[in-house]
Design a protein around this ligand. Structure first.
Ligand code: NAP
Ligand code: HSE
Length: 436
């Protein structure tokens, strides 16, 4: 029997504690499948005295993540601290430098420093595994990087943030306020330490950037993503979407276009009978359009301790199974030094349908002015809903909802700018893209 694989874990929060429990609970199964034991030898977090509900007595405690990362007591460094810089990055760099394999669930760090870390791992013949960084328990990284190598991928899109999907689902089904849903997501361990990363779309963007790099063989380009979060979505939007046969989801979409790669994160109207519309709660889903296999959709738990620990433990097991000196799959699908430069497609060239919700004063000619602005910018309308008199707001305001046929982002923005100058308009127009 081979010697045990010695694991050091930095970060003992939601994911770190679940990982310690999973490695203990399935110790024999892992030993059987890997041909050797996986043993946690050392741990690190900020506060040694904190009660975490697990026994840390058998592990060496480190106050400093870098010291753990470079310790002779470990073979694998597991980074579960979070954050794109700081202790997480310092310790990850130090681990690779000192010859330790690196496993991380930290999409924020990978979105910014993933290529650098992959280069460092490849230079030393080490593994950088990060299955848990995207879509929690769904094995999407290995699917793209290994199983779909023979496919050319045209588009990847999905629900990549459990917190947002949990919030949107409960707002729709139970009419609960945005704030209360977010508080529950935090209590359940789904949200990031700073939940604005979730609700403003940045967490989805970090994950999308990693997926796009794997799908298109390009450098990770998180700063080039168009990002809108869900904080502006109201129950009025959710109800209007339902009325028109749609559901609102926060999607990350990356696709090849003639002018480059389009990467965008925004609330999206999806047809209520589509697969993606059925994904509820903390569940994530990723859809891939590929030339050989066709369309593939994977769904599963996207956040939470056990879902994430399942993916982290799988990454550790891959290292345990590794034969020393054998060829390893590059972290980003191809050697990091060979990734192509990222060529961005401009968001204004995006083509699709749009949902527009306008609140207007109930004056003669308002509707004609709106229709005129649309027609001036060559936007054709698929449907129009004007609330009937019995649904009229008490203060003389009316709601007009437009669904456009396929058009461009620049045309819609120009039309909304013109409509914005109408004196009859009350409040800011709401615009939500439609993904078919
Ligand atoms: P968390 O509950 O906030 O736990 C973070 C842990 O890091 C805590 O134990 C904290 O120590 C420790 N820590 C913070 N700063 C540190 C420092 N400077 N040095 C050493 N330890 C430090 O976070 P989490 O939810 O487990 O997430 C961990 C990582 O997994 C993040 O990158 C996150 O994005 C990612 N992730 C999370 C989920 C999820 O569902 N939660 C899913 C996928 C990926 P103390 O406990 O002593 O304060
Ligand atoms: N905060 C993230 C989410 C954790 O809600 O999806 C999983 O990456």
């Amino acid at each position: 029997m081979n010697s045990p694989l010695r694991v050091g874990i930095a970060g003992l929060g939601t994911v770190g504690v679940s990982l310690v429990q999973v490695l203990d609970r399935n110790r024999n199964l892992l030993k059987d499948r890997c041909g050797r034991e996986i043993v946690v030898t050392a741990v690190n977090a900020r506060d040694q005295s904190k009660d975490r509900g697990i026994d840390l007595g058998n592990f060496i405690w480190f106050d400093d993540a870098v010291e753990l990362a470079t310790s002779d007591d470990i073979d694998v460094f597991v980074e579960l601290i979070g954050g794109e810089e700081g202790a997480a990055l310092d310790a990850s760099r130090a681990a690779l430098k000192s010859g330790k394999h690196l496993v991380t669930a930290n999409k924020a760090m990978l979105a910014k420093h993933g290529v650098e870390l992959a280069c460092a791992a490849e230079a030393k013949g080490l593994l950088l595994n990060f299955e848990a960084a995207v879509a929690g328990g769904i094995p999407i990284i290995k699917t793209i990087r290994e199983a779909l190598t023979a496919n050319s991928i045209g588009r990847i899109y999905g629900i990549l943030n459990g917190t947002c999907n949990y919030i949107l689902t409960r707002m729709e089904r139970e009419g609960i306020s945005f704030e209360d849903c977010l508080a529950d997501a935090q209590r359940l361990g789904y949200a990031e330490a700073d939940p604005t990363f979730d609700v403003e779309g940045f967490d989805t963007a970090h994950k999308l950037a990693i997926l796009a790099s794997l799908c298109f063989g390009t450098e990770i380009a998180a700063d080039e993503i168009y990002v809108e979060g869900i904080s502006s979505i109201t129950t009025a939007d959710i109800e209007a979407a339902a009325e028109l046969g749609y559901r609102i989801k926060l999607l990350g979409v990356a696709q090849r276009t003639e002018s480059g790669i389009e990467q965008r994160v925004h609330p999206t109207m999806v047809p209520v009978d589509s697969t993606i519309a059925q994904i509820s709660g903390v569940t994530n889903a990723v859809a891939i359009d590929a030339d050989i296999v066709g369309q593939l959709v994977m769904s599963g738990p996207g956040a939470g301790g056990d879902a994430t620990a399942s993916a982290v433990a799988g990454d550790i097991a891959d290292i345990a199974k590794c034969v020393p000196g054998e060829q390893k799959v590059p972290a980003l699908g191809k050697l990091a030094k060979d990734l192509a430069p990222y060529k961005k497609a401009r968001m204004r060239s995006h083509e699709g349908g749009y949902f527009i919700r306008l609140t207007v004063h109930d004056h003669v000619g308002v509707f004609a002015a709106i229709a005129g602005a649309m027609s001036k910018h060559e936007i054709s309308l698929e449907s129009i809903v004007q609330h009937r008199a019995d649904q009229k707001e008490e203060d003389g305001l009316q709601t007009i909802i437009l669904i456009t046929h396929e058009t461009t982002e620049s045309a819609v923005r120009a039309a909304l700018e013109a409509i914005g100058k109408e004196s009859a308009l009350a409040g800011t127009p709401q615009m939500i893209r439609i993904e078919k």
